[in-house]
Design a protein around this ligand. Structure first.
Ligand code: SF4
Length: 451
């Protein structure tokens, strides 16, 4: 049974030193009991207390890492049911499915195409994360052969999918060192797959025909020493999988049921033959509550909207995405190039910077820290104001980079120009366009006027 805040408090040092980030030991105990903190945050807790509190200090949903190095994918460790309660932490990993009944060249070409399916959006990379290799043939040597080829083609972590321990063992001889996800332990093969997971220190997916059976299997595997588990509820319709994902998340977070306290894996590729429906299933699982999503097709027209959806769901709703304050050189500006300012809301910055870039005109784009608000919102909130803009320009070092003293402000805050000139002293303030789409035309004529 889960410990209460008072149970936990009894084990803490009770010095109220605040080093854990909350002012008192009691407050820390309450936070720990609610799953909102880790016991590691208290540097003074004794080993004896750590052992006594291990159940309470474990996160309600375990974090599981697949792969190694820069390409490793971490899933799980979520703390809330709804994004607006706090945030979601570890975005679901998208995996492309290839199987050993495909021509090897075709499978490798799919993986190569996947590597090129990537974009940058508001400063973040949008891309797939894993490759799932399936032993459809039942032939262990063939499976291991494809795993070898795929592993040579990509650094992305692998999900190895096989029913037989023999096939899995052969594949792990090839790929075990890169910590792939072993898919999947079932009632029939759990002992053998558990041994393979322990031998290679690799995470293990668990699949069962019902949630009760799933809980029994995870309990058994945990007792056998396999801690990094991923849950497949075993259903293959959108409705049933969705219901089970919601049940599992609630059971882990609200009921603190340890057998269900793991991230999930979903396989839209096995739920429908229709490519469009596959994308729809995946979109549902991005929102609730897929940890890994295996797709038969991740061609760009399907991947982009799914990756953007994932990005939007997995950003912190309480913290606007921000760009660091400073001047950014675009198109190799020099001492005669225009100086522009805008706010540090990511979307604003990336829209403005791409318009400047597209104009092919060199410019210095200054980004003022207004806590991630857009231009008009920051102005209305009293954050994009002459005093702050002037202080930024003066301290930024731009005066050493340009010979002129002229700054362009967004057209939406034209009313700031007079006061900003007073604040800046020797600078002239020019009002730029209201819409980013007019920046290119503006810069071309601006360069002409100032040449
Ligand atoms: S760091 Fe530990 S001892 Fe200090 S207030 Fe937090 S829980 Fe108490």
């Amino acid at each position: 049974m889960a410990l209460t805040g008072l149970d936990i408090y009894k084990q803490l040092p009770k010095t109220n030193c605040g080093e854990c980030g909350v002012p008192t030991c009691l407050a820390f105990a309450m936070k720990l009991a609610a799953g909102g903190a880790s016991l590691d945050a208290c540097p003074h807790v004794t080993e004896e207390a750590k052992n006594a509190l291990s159940a309470a200090s474990a996160p309600p949903m375990r974090g599981v890492t697949i792969g190694t190095g820069d390409f490793a994918v971490k899933v799980g460790e979520e703390l809330v049911l709804f994004r607006h309660e706090k945030t979601f932490f570890n975005a679901p990993g998208f995996a492309l499915l290839v199987d050993d009944m495909m021509d090897e060249g075709e499978a490798v070409a799919k993986v190569e195409a996947l590597k090129a399916t990537k974009w940058e959006r508001v400063g973040q990379a949008l891309k797939a994360n894993l490759v799932a290799v399936k032993n459809t043939s039942g032939d262990a040597a063939k499976f291991a052969g494809l795993v070898t080829k795929v592993q040579a083609a990509t650094d992305m972590p692998l999900i190895l999918m096989a029913d037989s321990a023999e096939s899995m063992e052969k594949a792990l001889e090839v790929a075990g060192a890169s910590k792939p996800l072993i898919y999947a332990a079932t009632e029939g093969n759990a002992d053998a797959f558990a041994e393979l997971a322990k031998k290679h220190s690799a995470p293990l997916a668990v699949k069962a025909g019902s949630l009760d059976a799933l809980g029994e299997l995870t309990t058994k595997l945990d007792a056998a020493g396999v801690k990094d588990l991923v849950l497949d509820p075993g259903t293959r319709t959108l409705k049933e999988t969705f219901e089970n994902l919601v049940y599992l998340r609630r059971a882990a977070l609200k009921k603190k049921l340890r057998p269900y306290g793991y991230p999930t894996i979903t396989i839209p590729a096995e739920e429908t033959d229709d490519d469009m429906m596959e994308a729809i299933h995946a979109a549902v699982y991005v929102m609730k509550y897929g940890g890994l999503i295996i797709m038969r097709d991740l061609s760009p027209e399907k991947a982009y909207p799914l990756f953007v959806l994932r990005q939007n769901i997995y950003t912190d709703p309480q913290r606007p995405m921000q760009v660091e304050q400073g001047f950014y050189p675009i198109n190799s500006p020099d001492e005669n190039s225009p100086v522009m300012v805008t706010t540090n809301f990511s979307l604003t910055y990336f829209i403005v910077s791409s318009e400047v870039e597209g104009s092919k005109q060199p410019a210095w784009l200054g980004v003022v820290d207004v806590e991630g608000l857009s231009v008009l919102t920051a102005w209305a909130a009293g954050k994009f104001v002459p005093e702050r803009i002037a202080a930024f320009v003066k301290k930024s070092g731009i005066e050493e980079k340009v010979k002129h003293r002229e700054v362009v402000i967004p057209g939406y805050v034209a009313q700031l120009s007079g006061e900003l000139e007073d604040e800046l002293g020797d600078w002239k303030v020019t009002v730029g366009p209201r819409e980013a789409s007019d920046i290119s035309t503006f810069l071309k004529s601006y360069q002409t006027v100032n040449a």
